[in-house]
Design a protein around this ligand. Structure first.
Ligand code: ADP
Ligand code: MG
Length: 501
């Protein structure tokens, strides 16, 4: 078996045999490792094993039910996303108890011998026990690990709260690419982190999935922590808030639930739209909000919809959410998408040629998570085939998801749009006519066809009175050189592409 110890050299120790589920699983772990902290990886992933990966069915072995619940709640979505990106199709992820079957993988020092591993959830421990969310390696120093009945919650408190705060290490302001689509949300998040309780309270960030809400919330916490390490943060997803509140109700333990929020300086709730239809939790949250607000404690909230668009959200909450600043995130422009891709590649430590960045950015537009998934697929293919990352490889790697993603733009649509833009006739573009404007428009069509359709160079040439593929290639190269030299021309072409797709 390969060594999955994150603290050794995974690149060299975990190179899997070619092909097959084991190899894919190795790539998956690799991708996961890059997304979370070393500590998290060592704690949770080191003891996983592959049970099976057949088609859309991925079963991962975990040592006990505690792990199983934790993975289910906190890692399932991420694993499904990475697995989906690797296979270019949806993957159903389950976690199976593999304790009896799979021996912990070699080379681990973290939660193995001598270290109390997370046990089955039992009775709540005393307040001095190891925290429920404490990873096993940290629990080793505590006399009795005492998991809470709810199981662990990942994003809580600083060292002062009873739970560790696990922030995505890359989710910082520095790694957030700013463009017109997200500038407002970024600037207000930054202001709030710098002047908590004073700049805007609450800060309400909303936008569709995958556009950086969670990233910004983590960034606020990172910066807040760096500035005020002794102050308390409470960061949780709305679902966690709801679950824990309901559980507290059931256990008649609401006081303790409230206690957790008492001395919090920064409260961050992700995906507040889940409060829809949860009347009792809304009521509880309303009171919590008022209490913290009156004490000038900063509140930051994210949502997939604007306050007044969250169905069945009480009016009094809607109005409170509007007291501070409501900022939204929009679909990023081509330039922003390209910059994000470059940054993500840099964070992954891989070099991705400019044309590949452009190809991905042009084809995946609405969701940054998908863009990242596309980059991962390209990297995975390069690794599997030991080939360098270049445009043909990227096209191959992404072909399945591209064809699924959206109906292809047709050549006629491109011709019409470009002809209208340059005020020439589509028939001129198909003809042999060689005025400067017509030639330019024709070359622009070639570039867009290359980006937006699956057609080969030769096939594109067919649409221009049988010009051969070298002519097409020359046209594309000319436009691309001009784009590089002239940012305004570049934006013009990108806008044309955006409107077509
Ligand atoms: P949301 O919470 O809105 O669904 P996330 O915050 O999870 O979205 O973002 C999805 C992915 O996209 C994350 O990996 C995040 O780092 C990345 N991302 C989104 N916007 C940006 C940006 N402007 N710069 C860099 N990365 C971004
Ligand atoms: Mg999110």
């Amino acid at each position: 078996m390969q060594n999955r110890n994150a603290t050794t050299e995974p690149e060299t120790t975990r190179t899997p045999p070619a092909g097959g589920p084991e190899e894919r699983f190795g790539l998956l772990l690799e991708a996961v490792r890059r997304r979370i902290t070393k500590q998290q990886y060592a704690t949770w992933f080191q003891r996983t094993s592959l049970v099976r990966w057949q088609g859309a069915d991925l079963a991962i072995g975990v040592p006990n039910t505690f792990y199983q619940q934790w993975f289910q709640r906190h890692f399932r979505a991420m694993i499904a996303e990475v697995a989906g990106a690797l296979t270019s199709s949806a993957v159903q992820v389950t976690f199976q108890l593999a304790g009896q079957l799979a021996v912990p993988l070699a080379g681990g020092e973290a939660p193995t011998a001598g270290t109390p591993t997370p046990a089955e959830p039992t009775t709540p421990g005393t307040s001095m026990g190891a925290s429920p969310g404490t990873p096993p390696s940290a629990a080793a120093v505590a006399p009795t690990p005492a998991p809470a009945p709810v199981g662990p919650t990942p994003f809580h408190g600083t060292g002062h709260d009873d739970r560790p705060l696990l922030l995505g290490q890359h989710y910082t302001f520095e790694n957030f690419i700013v463009g017109p689509s997200n500038h407002m949300a970024y600037a207000s998040a930054r202001a709030v982190a710098q002047e908590p309780g004073r700049a805007y309270n609450p800060l309400f960030i909303h936008g569709p999935v995958g556009l950086g809400k969670t990233h910004l919330l983590h960034a606020v916490c990172h910066e807040f922590l760096a500035r005020s390490p002794s102050e308390r943060i409470c960061f949780l997803s709305c679902e966690e808030f709801i679950n824990e509140f309901l559980l507290a109700l059931k256990l008649n333990d609401v006081d303790r639930f409230r206690q957790r929020f008492r001395e919090v300086h920064l409260l961050v709730i992700d995906d507040i739209h889940f409060l829809a239809g949860k009347e009792r939790t809304q009521e509880e949250f309303f009171h919590l909000f008022n209490r913290l607000y009156q004490q000038h404690r900063q509140i930051v909230i994210s949502s997939d919809a604007a306050p007044s668009e969250i169905p069945t959200l009480e009016d009094r909450l809607v109005s409170r959410f509007k007291w501070g600043l409501v900022a939204n995130l929009e679909q990023p422009e081509m330039e922003t998408r390209m910059a994000i891709l470059r940054r993500k590649a840099e964070l992954q430590g891989v070099e991705v040629p400019a044309d590949v960045v452009e190809f991905i950015a042009a084809n995946f537009r609405s969701n940054i998570r998908e863009i990242e998934g596309a980059l991962l697929s390209v990297m995975a293919r390069a690794r599997i085939t030991s080939a360098p990352i270049d445009l043909p490889l990227a096209q191959e790697a992404l072909a399945p998801s591209l064809h699924r993603a959206r109906p292809a733009v047709t050549m006629d649509q491109i011709l019409e749009r470009v002809a209208a833009h340059y005020q020439v006739k589509p028939s001129d573009l198909r003809s042999k006519k060689r005025t400067r404007l017509v030639s330019l428009a024709r070359q622009v069509v070639m570039v867009l066809a290359r980006r937006l359709t699956p057609l080969s160079l030769g096939e594109i040439g067919q649409h221009f009175g049988g010009r051969d593929h070298t002519t097409v290639l020359y046209g594309i190269a000319k436009v691309e050189a001009e784009m590089l030299a002239n940012p305004r021309f570049q934006s013009e072409i990108n806008r044309l592409a955006d409107r077509l797709a």
